[in-house]
Design a protein around this ligand. Structure first.
Ligand code: NAG
Ligand code: NAG
Ligand code: NAG
Ligand code: NAG
Length: 551
């Protein structure tokens, strides 16, 4: 035989071998395809759905391994144009692993499809009903690489893409959704569990068994259970738009769509826009707690007012929330009060206009007159929007409360716990020179005397460092990276040690720490804070069930 002929017959042998590859074999039983980078020929499947950038097809020769998805995404803005849902097609193409960020999981797809041939048309397309045609999603754990705790430390000690573990869809949420990658599925009786984001994407949970459902119709994260049974609903494949007004507890019509990992999450891309069938109440009820107007029954509220300046459009809404939902408590812990000139970076740090404008708005709505107190930070040293100089502050009802031995500190002075116990500076900041607070908000401590009381009580108003740099719960890094957690661990220790000094002088002292801890109660900084300070989580003290612990 001439060499050219030998070559030709080897090629046809290779083609014949490649033709035996099924979609399940391409997906394999792990996150990454064993065929990544290889060209395959005559891949056959049923067209399930189309998008503007490709189409999804399901194997006509499925296996019986629940770990291998029987469906796959074919990436091409042109190849699918002439195809119809229900066509059985064959094509050649290249197996690719795609992600738009190194922090995300990869999507296995077929790229550069060629020789797309329609073998038959009008075939039935039946979605898999999740929890009926598939097992229900796991309810607690995300990945075998999380060591049992998706918020365990240190984050990022391994990557899914490096380990590429065998999928265990009955045990781990990421594995479950990966085992359905590219599939057309139906979520029956979906309940909305979050408001939509700015892309109109929202999380839902279907009619399958779920742990952590709360009384408002949502689902609550608890220790070592961060709800992998929820699924993110993305943009509809037909170009329609999801509602912007969905909210926790809303019921939706059944959703049929494609499972796809994109933008750091497993999404369900619905065939068409979501339809609400039953509206939940827009807001939870107002507090039923009532002030006794003296030390025997004080009411306390807390509100992060989000970059509030005197001219903020949301100031009246904040005032209304304090009146209507918090019911004008005797003492309000505030975070993110900006200075009088808002985000203008002009050296102004005084916030008395911001606070008096808020107090005036509350008075207009309710007749309740608040006094306020805070400590001005040093300009541009506490993080947040440049020039805004956000800080914590207190509103208080002067007929019920007064500052005990008033002696305000400055932004650079540390208040100390002195015999009594009392505070050397009141109000005062906790250890503002500590490296724990560089470019962050220093806690605001205060001692108060309530009407009818002989002893003061103490408050610590915190706004710990935010979680910037965190990776997705469904991202590549395992456990996920909890951004800036090292700082919050330090902040927990400094704040907790201060409180422990008060309790060392008087074990019966009343101390309330509140504010924006930027952390979940069951994650290490908060556990450290409780153990170092000696305080008890109020939800635990009040015996609030774990599923009702959310704001
Ligand atoms: C391609 O696959 C289809 C069905 O899977 C099969 O009927 C056909 O013979 C294959 N074609 C080639 C050229 O291998
Ligand atoms: C995980 O992947 C990221 C991004 O590619 C990389 O920076 C990091 O070093 C990896 N971590 C481990 C533990 O391999
Ligand atoms: C804010 O404080 C400054 C300086 O103490 C004072 O002159 C001004 O009247 C105060 N403004 C308000 C609105 O309370
Ligand atoms: C916690 O704070 C105490 C008291 O300020 C200090 O002695 C200790 O070293 C701190 N521990 C850590 C882990 O930062």
């Amino acid at each position: 035989m001439r060499p050219a002929t030998v070559l030709a017959s080897l090629q046809s042998l290779a083609l014949a071998l490649a033709a035996a590859v099924t979609i399940a074999e391409i997906n394999g039983n792990k996150f990454l395809s064993p065929y990544s980078g290889q060209t395959i020929t005559n891949l056959t499947g049923l067209v399930l759905a189309k998008s503007s950038s490709g189409f999804y097809m399901r194997s006509t020769t499925p296996d019986d391994d629940p770990a291998t998805s029987e469906a796959i995404y074919v990436f091409s803005s042109t190849a699918g144009a002439a195809l119809k849902v229900g066509d059985i097609v064959s094509l050649d193409g290249k197996v690719a692993e795609y992600r738009s960020s190194a922090a995300y999981l990869y999507l296995t797809e077929i790229s550069s499809p060629k020789n797309v041939a329609v073998l038959s048309s009008g075939n039935p397309v039946v979605p898999l009903v999740i929890g009926k045609d598939t097992p229900p999603p796991p309810t607690a754990q995300y990945s075998s690489l999380d060591n049992g705790d998706v918020y365990g430390l240190p984050g990022g000690s391994s990557n899914v893409s490096a380990v590429n573990p065998v999928l265990q869809p009955a045990r781990y949420g990421l594995d479950f959704w990966e085992s359905l990658s590219g599939e057309l599925v139906t979520v029956r009786k979906p309940t909305v569990v979050t408001r939509p984001n700015s892309y109109r994407e929202t999380w839902v949970v279907g009619d399958w068994p779920a742990t952590g459902r709360n009384e408002h119709g949502g689902i609550t994260m608890t220790d070592k259970d961060s709800n992998p049974e929820t699924i993110f609903i993305g943009a509809p494949l037909d170009g329609t738009k999801n509602p912007t007004t969905s909210k926790m507890g809303d019921q939706l019509q059944d959703i049929t769509g494609i499972v796809q990992n994109t933008f750091g999450y497993y999404y369900l891309l619905p065939l068409t826009a979501l339809t609400t069938t039953a509206d939940a109440s827009a807001t939870p009820p107002a507090t039923s707690l009532v002030s006794g107007g003296s030390c025997k029954a004080l009411t306390v509220g807390d509100y992060n007012v989000e970059n509030l300046a005197p001219t903020s459009a949301h100031l009246t809404k904040v005032a209304a929330h304090i009146v209507d939902f918090l019911k004008t408590p005797d003492l309000v812990f505030l975070q993110e009060i900006q200075d009088n000139s808002g985000a203008t970076d002009d050296g102004v740090v005084d916030a008395n206009t911001t606070l008096s404008t808020l107090a005036a708005a509350i008075k207009t709505l309710s007749g309740v007159a608040y006094d306020f107190t805070d400590v001005d930070p040093v300009s541009d040293q506490d993080g947040g929007a440049p020039g805004g100089n956000i800080r914590q502050a207190y509103l208080y009802r002067p007929e019920v409360l007064s500052l005990y031995k008033l002696n305000p500190g400055s932004g650079t002075e540390a208040t100390a716990v002195v015999p009594g116990p009392a505070l050397s500076l009141n109000p005062g900041r906790i250890d503002p020179a500590s490296a724990a607070w560089t470019a962050s908000r220093k806690p605001l401590a205060a001692a108060w005397l309530a009407k009818g009381a002989k002893k003061p009580f103490f408050t610590v108003n915190v706004h710990w460092s935010s979680k910037g740099g965190s990776t997705s719960l469904q991202g590549d890094a395992r456990p996920p990276v909890n951004g800036v957690v090292d700082r919050r661990l330090l902040q927990a220790n400094v704040t907790g040690s201060f409180i422990a000094q008060i309790l060392a002088l008087d074990p019966a002292a009343r101390v309330i720490a509140a504010g924006d801890f930027n952390e979940f109660a069951f994650v290490q900084p908060m556990k450290d804070f409780a153990s170092v300070s000696g305080l008890v989580d109020l939800d635990i003290a009040a015996k609030i069930p774990p599923t009702e612990r959310y704001t």
